[in-house]
Design a protein around this ligand. Structure first.
Ligand code: C2E
Ligand code: CA
Ligand code: CA
Length: 378
């Protein structure tokens, strides 16, 4: 890469290596934005394709951030920060391209920094909460288990979605503190629920980077006295992709403790069927995107049926997520036949005591489904 970039260096273009795999190009003289654009487009075109490394053709991907400044306002340090923000945005929008810095990136960056500081305070002060969403057994229409979901109520901004603060925590390196907190809380609450009710906890791919994850789970069980068989850990494919052999080993060890393992959001990532075969999983949770259009789209229905039929012989149980309407539930009951269902039809997440109260509830759909089944038989 250095050789290729070096070729464009001349009197008013300085090319340097910034560190690691980062390079910096300084254009001393730029006419206007379109002049810069054409120069950068040309450089990026030159980086496409394979790079020969000691006889091996390696495919590279490059992303870039650029910032334009008038000579009289030039502050190189500030320019580097801005170029970096633009680079960050370019990566976020898909690799292999470059972006020019805009003032809004600065504002977004400042907001993110503020939010990170507040999140750190919330995690340290243990002001996060855990709520529990019912997971209902198809055969009985009663709560079989609950998924622990983390909540953050920001003092000024109100509730922040976990799909925002969990990735922030991962980026900040404090996700494992959140995992510990949720594990502890979920095991302590579940220990108070009737024996037939289990609990599921989401762990991050980052948790599986270290073997501490095993001790963490062991501590949560020992500290609360919860039977390991009542705890399920949800992992996503990203966790499995990160480092196949070690993650696999950690999952095996968790299983040896007696904990069950579910593969979350199945169907959103690579959905490699080889995971189902190779990893010691107990369950897969099919992402709600499959269910969303199931009442209109026969392909989604076939996919759902296919995944269930494939999983059963492998000894995996199946949860379908995102059940919002009775119509969807009926299709599931009559055609897809998963083991468990979860979704707003049965309620969104509740406090732990709410779950205790509901643990013996039998949803009235049970009767409606029996009626629907009879109608089909007739
Ligand atoms: P997830 O693990 O797939 O959790 C299910 C999400 O779907 C929850 O969103 C839940 O409220 C939502 N949901 C449930 N039923 C329905 C439905 O019928 N329709 C729709 N539209 N949505 C439904 P939530 O609580 O906002 O969490 C979002 C994601 O954040 C979770 O997705 C999970 O990936 C992550 N997350 C939440 N809590 C934790 C945690 O404690 N640790 C980690 N690592 N991740 C967490
Ligand atoms: Ca989950
Ligand atoms: Ca999910």
């Amino acid at each position: 890469v250095a050789e290729r970039l070096g070729a464009i260096a001349k009197q008013d273009i300085t090319v340097s290596r910034f560190g690691g795999d980062e390079f910096m190009i300084f254009f001393d003289r730029v006419e206007d934005e379109s002049h810069l654009t054409s120069q950068l487009d040309e450089i990026f075109a030159g980086l496409q394709g394979e790079v020969d490394v000691a006889g091996h053709g390696l495919r590279i991907q490059a992303s870039g951030g650029a910032v334009l400044s008038r000579v009289k306002d030039t502050d190189v340090d500030a320019m580097i920060v801005k170029a970096d923000l633009a680079l960050y945005k370019a990566k976020e929008l898909g690799k292999n391209s470059w972006r020019l810095f805009e003032a809004s990136m600065d504002a977004a960056f400042r907001n993110r920094q503020l939010m990170k500081a507040d999140l750190r305070t919330a995690v340290e002060g243990k002001s996060l909460r855990v709520v529990y969403q019912p997971i209902v057994a198809m055969s009985t229409m009663r709560i079989a288990s609950c998924e622990a979901l983390c909540r953050w109520d920001h003092p000024d901004l109100g509730p922040i979605s976990p799909s925002i603060f969990i990735p922030l925590a991962e980026e900040m390196g404090i996700i494992s503190e959140i995992s510990t907190f949720v594990l502890q809380a979920a095991c302590a609450e579940c220990a108070k629920w009737p024996d037939q009710t289990s609990v599921s906890v989401n762990l991050s791919a980052k948790d599986f980077r270290s073997r501490d994850v095993i001790q963490k789970v062991r501590d949560a069980l020992a500290g609360t006295g919860l039977a390991a068989s009542r705890l399920e850990i949800e992992v996503t494919e990203t966790a499995l992709l990160d480092d196949k052999s070690l993650t696999r080993q950690y999952i095996e060890e968790l299983k040896q403790l007696g904990v069950r393992i579910a593969l979350d959001d199945f169907g959103t990532g690579y959905s490699s069927l080889s995971y189902l075969h190779k990893l010691p999983l107990d369950k897969i949770k099919i992402d709600r995107s499959f269910l969303m259009d199931v009442t209109q789209n026969p392909r989604s229905l076939e996919l759902l049926k296919g995944i269930v039929n494939l999983s059963r012989p492998l000894g995996l149980s199946v949860t379908v997520e995102g059940v919002e309407t009775f119509e969807q539930l009926k299709i599931l009951a009559l055609q897809v036949k998963p083991d468990l269902v979860q979704g707003f039809l049965f309620g969104s997440a509740l406090s732990a005591s709410g779950i205790e109260t509901m643990s013996n509830t039998v949803w009235p759909f049970a009767k409606d489904i029996r009626t629907a089944k009879k109608a089909v038989r007739r």
